[in-house]
Structure formats: structure tokens, C-alpha cells
Design a protein around this ligand. Structure first.
Ligand SMILES: C[S@@+](CC[C@H](N)C(=O)[O-])C[C@H]1O[C@@H](n2cnc3c(N)ncnc32)[C@H](O)[C@@H]1O
Length: 263
């Protein structure tokens, strides 16, 4: 992903930090308690909270946080001076020293060719190094289906026809296949969270922080059309995910987790 890609807005993304952060913590809790890594990489580190957490947990380790978004990295730099932050692209990333721990939380779902990508990440690990990944299984969800359908059904359809958004993940077995030639102890699981969101148009607001960014970028030159698209999508989402009497909105959200150890 280059700087020409739709901009990340840390403020919008972090509106739902509690829900988004929960999955990363559920992933990190699966790492061995006696882990003593020297080189840690957080790939697609975003606003940096997990790299900073790993630095607190492993103070002797060299912790690197890498992301393609300058806006996200600005937040990360403000969070911790003890992490080595850098701009980069996961697909071409090659560390100077093999990594003892690679974390990629909610970043790889944006990238293509996962079979090659996961092999590439495993190749960057030191012997016994760990790869820890969490990816939203967003493509199959109801709110993503509604987003794609709405994009094809209105005066915005021609502008949104070629928009490149999150692709479906591979079947879980394919991740095992990609890692098995290089790794042992491959642990893959999925969990569906029931996110309890607050605020008006909660699902739309949730999507503005991530999945909708490419669509909104494609409509940026025509703010009226963009607002009409958002309004139509908001109505569809409100029907599918009604706000409850106490003001919350429930959003079921499946995620894939993976921890693998390099041979
Ligand atoms: C959904 S955010 C997750 C951020 C963080 N890992 C977290 O858990 O809060 C996805 C991040 O991946 C980054 N990203 C996407 N594609 C990337 C790429 N090819 N190389 C580096 N970073 C990338 C984005 O800039 C964004 O900060």
C-alpha cells in the first residue's frame, strides 16, 4: 500500500478502540509466557499501541513499529519514544535481522496474495520465532455485503465500480498450507465477537474508520454524491442493525487468529 492509498484517519479509527483493541489482546495472550524476543516487529502498527505494549512487556527487546500511513505513525511516535517507528510497506518489508516475533494485527487483510505473503513473513523469522496475526473476516459479514450492494445501486455506482476494497480471506486451511513448510505449532482459530457499539449510526461510523475509506476517497471530488451514498448506506445499515432501546447497536464480527512458530 502506498501513500496514494486512501488515507487512514486515526481519530475515526480509534473511536471504537475498545472493540478493535480487544482482538489484539486476545491474540497476544496466546503467546508463550516465557517468550524472550530480541527483535520484535509490529507490521501495520497503526497508532502504535501494541508495539508500545510489547516494548513495556519486553523492555530489553528492540521493538519496531512499521506502517505505510504517515498519519498513523504520527500518533505512534507521540505514544512512545522507546519504539523504532518507520514508514514502510509490508509486502516488500525485509528486516536487517531475523525477527523473533512478528505481530500483524488487523493489517494483512488489505494485502493481496496471502499464500505468498505468509510465506514471506515466515521467512523473515529467526529459528523458533513467532508469527502472530489477527485479521477481520470482514468480507463475508452482513455490513460489508450491504456496503458492496449499496455501492452498485445509485448514481455513484460508476465511480465506485472499480474500487479496491477488502478481499475475502483464504480458507483457513490455505494459511496452514502456506506456513507448514516453514513452521511448527501452527495454531489457527476464529472467533465471532458481538461488538456493542454506542452512538448514532454506529455501524456506519465503524465502517468509516476502515472499510469505507476507499469508497469515500473515490467520491472525494463530489461531496454531495459522497454524502448521498453515506446517507443511503446509513439507512440500509440502520435497518439491518437497529439501535436498541438503551442506545447500543450490536455488530457481530468474525476474526481469524493465527500463531505459528518458525522451525
Ligand atoms: C486497521 S489498521 C490496524 C492498526 C493496528 N495494527 C491496530 O491493531 O490498531 C491497519 C493498518 O495497516 C496499515 N497498512 C495497510 N497496508 C499496509 C502495508 N502494505 N504496509 C504497511 N502498513 C499497512 C494501515 O496504514 C493501518 O495503519
Amino acid at each position: 500500500m502506498s501513500d496514494a492509498s486512501p488515507a487512514w484517519d486515526p481519530r475515526q479509527y480509534n473511536r471504537f478502540e475498545a472493540q478493535r483493541g480487544r482482538a489484539a489482546l486476545d491474540l497476544l495472550v496466546r503467546l508463550p509466557e516465557d517468550l524472550d524476543p530480541a527483535e520484535i516487529w509490529d507490521l501495520g502498527c497503526g497508532a502504535g499501541q501494541h508495539a508500545a505494549l510489547l516494548k513495556r512487556r519486553h523492555p530489553k527487546a528492540k521493538v519496531h513499529g512499521m506502517d505505510s500511513s504517515i498519519a498513523m505513525l504520527e500518533q505512534a511516535r507521540a505514544l512512545s519514544a522507546d519504539v523504532d517507528w518507520s514508514v514502510g510497506d509490508i509486502t516488500t518489508w525485509a528486516p536487517d535481522r531475523p525477527a523473533d516475533l512478528i505481530l500483524a494485527n488487523a493489517s494483512l487483510q488489505w494485502l493481496a496474495d496471502h499464500a505468498a505473503l505468509f510465506a514471506h513473513l515466515a521467512d523473515a523469522l529467526a529459528p523458533a520465532g513467532l508469527l502472530a496475526v489477527q485479521m477481520p473476516m470482514a468480507w463475508e459479514t452482513r455490513h460489508h455485503t450491504i456496503m458492496r450492494e449499496t455501492a452498485t445501486e445509485g448514481p455513484w455506482a460508476s465511480l465506485l465500480a472499480g474500487v479496491d476494497t477488502i478481499a475475502p480471506l483464504l480458507p483457513v486451511e490455505a494459511y496452514y498450507e502456506a506456513l507448514a513448510p516453514r513452521c511448527d505449532d501452527i495454531d489457527i482459530w476464529t472467533t465471532t465477537y458481538l461488538h456493542v457499539l454506542s452512538g448514532e449510526d454506529a455501524v456506519l461510523e465503524w465502517m468509516k474508520g476502515t472499510a469505507l475509506r476507499p469508497y469515500l476517497t473515490a467520491l472525494a471530488a463530489d461531496p454531495t454524491l459522497r454524502d448521498d451514498f453515506l446517507s443511503a448506506l446509513g439507512q440500509q445499515l440502520s435497518r439491518a442493525f437497529p439501535r436498541r432501546p438503551e442506545g447500543t447497536t450490536l455488530l457481530p464480527f468474525p476474526r481469524l487468529f493465527l500463531v505459528a512458530q518458525r522451525r
